[in-house]
Design a protein around this ligand. Sequence first.
Ligand code: FE2
Length: 259
Amino acid sequence: MRALVVSDIHGNLHALEAVLKVARSCSGPGFDELWNLGDVVGYGARPNEVIDTLRSTPASRVIHVRGNHDRVCCGLSSSQGFNPVAAQAANWTRQHLRPENLDWLRALPMGPVPAGDGVLCVHGSPLHEDQYIASMRDAWIPLQRMPVDIAFFGHTHLQGAFSCRAEFWSEDPPAYVHGSGSQVQHFTLPLPVGARYLINPGGVGQPRDGDWRAAFAIYDQTERQVTFFRTPYDVQAAQAAIREARLPERLAARLTTGR
Ligand SMILES: [Fe+2]
């Protein structure tokens, strides 16, 4: 079984379409299941189209987890605590979502959501849906306390993994080959039995690790490995949509830098 794992799409249809195209054409069977770790909307200018695409993507099983932007954009939470740009984008998104997509967002489950075979899907952390895991310092306690050996998480928009085996721990960012930043790249991380893993596929629609390419991962349950991917997409088109919608310029500009 291979699961396409996506997170933090944030209304960026152009990035999502590139991800699906690459994931479907991966060597081998592509993917069987689709796991979405949340923040489908907010920031980007195509929230309805992103939801429609996710809902119509063929997969033998689909897992969704709600993100904090999903909650705010559908009115389940207030935007208190959001910075002004995020709050403005959430308001715009709420005003532009079709009623059925607002309902779909409101029905998304809070993580952790079991994916079976000792795997969890969460937005922030296995311990709390809004917790940020951006460093080993953040990851250490969730790695100890989570009830499974593997959890996929998002929220930080930073691609990579944290792992521990007994008292040994490591951070495992994908080691892409330098100099190929405008191409599709992938990096496979084996997941040996006996260790615990927190794995972030990265942000599809608004990466924040300095790489502008859309990020995602394929989890291969049979081979017990995860492959991280980066793929170029039509950033200019995504930026034009944001500007046309009169969303804050910062949301368009940051897509170029991946920051
Ligand atoms: Fe996010």
